[in-house]
Design a protein around this ligand. Structure first.
Ligand code: PRE
Length: 559
C-alpha cells in the first residue's frame, strides 16, 4: 500500500487553516492531516520533508496580507530554500463570538457587557472591526497563535468574561458556545491559502492528483487556461523608476499582475523584497516566467547566495579588503619545497655519477665532452648513449630547478604577507559560523588556525593611535548572517584622515611649544625641565602615533 500523503496546517484542530486543508485534500486513508503550532513550524516541516504539503494563509479580502507568511516566503536567513508554492485555495471565512459556557442571562447585550478580554489570531481582528468597534471598544485584545487556540483558551473559562473570535466549527470542536454568528465586517470575507511543497520532493510533484476538488485550485476551466506565478525580487532602490521598469516587463510578456506586496529586506533600511503574483495563459513552449527575471531591469531575484558564492560576496564587501583572509598553508609550502629539493638532490647525484663515469672512461671524446659543449652536442647528435643520458638529465634539471626557484620566490613573498587583524578575523569567524558554518566539508575548518591565516591587502597603519581609534570609531551596523547580531562596519580611510589631523596638531604643539615657552622662561632649571619634558613628549608621540621603528624614534628624538 502506498504511504499516505502528509498535509500540515496551523493548529490546533478546527482552525480556518484546518478547514482549508480538509477542503483541499479531503478526509481519507490516503491523507494524514496534522497540526503545526506556527506557520514557521509548517514551513520547516516542508523544508525537512516531514510533510508533503502545507496549507498556509497568505491574504484576506478584508484585512490584506498575512505578513508572517510573506516574511517566511522572503526567507531572509535561507532556512526554507526548498519551499515552493504549488496551488492556492480560497476559503469563505465567517467569524463568531465564542464564550466558554452558557451565560446566566439570556440578554445578548448584557453578555457582551460582561466580557473584558478577547482572544483571536492577529489576522482576525481586522476582519471584524465594525462589530468590535460597536460592542467592544477599549476591551483588552490578546493575540494568540490561531483562532482555534483562542477557543481552546476560553472554553476553559466559565465566568463569561472572556471571549474568542473563531469559526462555528472551532466552537463545536472545543465544546464552547457561540454568542453571535457572522461578526465579520463583510459577507464576502475570504482568505486565500497557499499550498506549499518541497521543490526537491518527488512524492509531492503532482499536486493535481491529490487535490480533492477542482475548487481547490479554483475554477477548473480557468486553471486550464491560466497559470499563476509568485515571483519575489528586490530592486536597486536608488535607481530612479526601477520598480516601474521592473513591473513594465510583466506587461510586455502579457502577464496580468494580480497582486503586489512588499516587506522590508532587513539588509538595509528602506530596501524592500517585492512579491508579485501574475497570471498568464500558458503556450505550448511556455517558458515565460523562467525568462522573466532576466528581463527585469535592475532586478535582483531574492534567492540567497549559497556556500562559496556567499562567502565570496562577504569577503569582497569590505571597502578596505581586510577580509581577504586565506590559509597560507605554511606546512604544505615547506613540504612542497622539501620534495622539490629532494628531487634536485637526486638529479645532482645522477650528474655526479655521470661526471665520474666520463672521467674514468677510456673514450677521449667523451672525456672532452665534459669540457666542451659542442663536443657533447656532436656526440648526442651521433646517438652516443652517454651523451644522450647527460643531455636528458640536463633538460630535467633545467625544468626542476626552474620550478624550485619559482616556488621558493613565491614562498618568500607569501612569508612576507601579514597576519589578519584580530578584529576582522573575529567578524569573519562570527559571520562564517552563525547560525551554522556557511561552507561544508574540510572548508568548514578553514578559519580555525589563526597562526596559519594571512590577509592579502596591504596592512593598514598599525600604530597605537590608529588601533585605538579603530576600536572606538562609530561603526555602521550591518546584520550578521544569523540575523541576530550587528557587525560594525567602517571605512579605514576615515581612520587615516583622523590620525593625520591629530598627528599634525600634536606635531605643531611639540615643535612650537618649546620655542615659545623658552622665550618667556628665564630660570635655567625651568628651561632644562621644559626641554626635557618636550623631548620626552616628542619621543612618546612619535612612538604612539606613527609606525616608526625603534631606530627611527631614537634618531628623530636625538635630532
Ligand atoms: O487562526 C486560524 O484559524 C488560521 O487558520 C489563521 C488565519 C489567518 O492567519 O489568516 C486564517 C484565516 C483567517 O483569516 C484568520 C486566521
Amino acid at each position: 500500500m502506498k504511504d499516505s500523503i502528509k498535509v500540515t496546517f496551523l493548529g490546533p484542530l478546527a482552525s480556518f487553516s484546518h478547514q482549508a486543508a480538509i477542503d483541499s485534500f479531503g478526509k481519507s486513508d490516503s491523507v494524514t492531516l496534522f497540526a503545526s503550532i506556527s506557520f514557521a513550524e509548517a514551513f520547516s516541516a516542508i523544508q525537512n520533508n516531514n510533510a508533503d504539503y502545507a496549507v498556509i494563509p497568505i491574504e484576506n479580502s478584508t484585512n490584506g496580507s498575512v505578513v508572517q507568511t510573506l516574511d517566511l516566503l522572503a526567507d531572509r536567513q535561507g532556512l526554507n530554500k526548498d519551499v515552493t508554492v504549488c496551488a492556492d485555495y480560497f476559503l469563505t471565512v465567517q467569524h463568531c463570538l465564542i464564550i466558554g459556557a452558557k451565560p446566566s442571562n439570556d440578554n445578548k447585550e448584557d453578555s457582551f457587557k460582561s466580557i473584558n478580554k478577547l482572544y483571536t489570531h492577529p489576522q482576525a481582528w481586522g476582519q471584524c472591526e465594525n462589530f468590535l468597534g460597536q460592542h467592544f471598544r477599549g476591551i483588552e485584545r490578546q493575540d494568540v497563535s490561531s483562532t482555534s487556540k483562542a477557543v481552546e483558551i476560553v472554553a476553559k473559562e466559565t465566568s463569561g468574561q472572556e471571549a474568542a473570535i473563531a469559526s462555528k466549527l472551532a466552537a463545536e470542536f472545543h465544546g464552547a458556545l457561540v454568542l453571535q454568528e457572522h461578526i465579520e465586517d463583510r459577507s464576502d470575507n475570504t482568505t486565500r491559502f497557499l499550498i506549499l511543497r518541497n521543490r526537491t520532493s518527488e512524492r509531492s510533484s503532482n499536486i493535481d492528483s491529490f487535490l480533492k476538488t477542482a475548487a481547490a485550485v479554483g475554477d477548473i476551466e480557468r486553471q486550464k487556461k491560466k497559470r499563476k506565478s509568485l515571483i519575489s525580487f528586490t530592486i536597486e532602490h536608488s535607481a530612479p523608476g526601477a520598480l516601474a521598469d521592473a513591473l513594465s516587463v510583466f506587461k510586455k510578456h502579457g502577464l496580468n499582475l494580480t497582486s503586489i506586496n512588499s516587506r522590508p529586506s532587513l539588509i538595509r533600511p528602506w530596501q524592500y523584497i517585492f512579491f508579485v503574483e501574475c497570471e498568464h495563459v500558458p503556450t505550448a513552449n511556455d517558458e515565460t516566467t523562467v525568462h522573466l527575471a532576466g528581463n527585469i531591469p535592475h532586478i535582483t531575484p531574492t534567492y540567497r547566495k549559497e556556500g562559496f558564492a556567499d562567502v565570496a560576496r562577504w569577503i569582497s564587501l569590505d571597502p578596505d579588503n581586510e577580509t581577504f583572509i586565506y590559509r597560507r598553508f605554511n606546512q604544505l609550502g615547506a613540504r612542497n619545497l622539501l620534495y622539490l629539493q629532494s628531487k634536485l638532490l637526486a638529479i645532482e647525484k645522477q650528474l655526479d655519477e655521470l661526471d665520474k663515469n666520463d672521467a674514468l672512461s677510456d673514450d677521449m671524446t667523451l672525456k672532452d665532452s665534459a669540457r666542451t659543449w659542442e663536443i657533447l652536442m656532436d656526440l648526442y647528435d651521433d646517438g652516443n648513449t652517454d651523451a644522450k643520458a647527460r643531455m636528458d638529465l640536463i633538460v630535467k634539471l633545467r625544468a626542476k630547478l626552474k620550478e624550485y626557484h619559482e616556488t621558493m620566490l613565491l614562498q618568500s613573498e607569501i612569508l612576507r604577507l601579514k597576519r589578519p587583524h584580530q578584529r576582522a578575523l573575529d567578524a569573519y569567524r562570527h559571520w562564517f559560523q552563525k547560525p551554522y558554518p556557511v561552507l561544508g566539508g574540510q572548508a568548514k575548518t578553514s578559519l580555525d588556525d589563526a597562526s596559519d591565516l594571512t590577509v592579502l591587502n596591504m596592512s593598514p597603519e598599525t600604530d597605537y593611535l590608529s588601533t585605538f581609534l579603530r576600536l572606538h570609531w562609530p561603526a555602521r551596523p550591518e546584520l550578521s548572517r544569523d540575523g541576530l547580531q550587528n557587525i560594525g562596519v567602517f571605512n579605514e580611510s576615515s581612520i587615516s584622515r583622523a590620525v593625520a589631523l591629530i598627528t599634525i596638531f600634536v606635531a605643531a604643539i611639540v615643535l612650537i611649544g618649546p620655542i615659545t615657552s623658552l622665550y618667556y622662561v628665564t630660570n635655567d632649571a625651568a628651561k632644562i625641565g621644559l626641554v626635557t619634558g618636550f623631548t620626552a613628549l616628542f619621543a612618546l608621540s612619535v612612538g604612539l602615533m606613527t609606525n616608526a621603528r625603534r631606530a627611527e624614534i631614537f634618531g628623530a628624538t636625538a635630532a
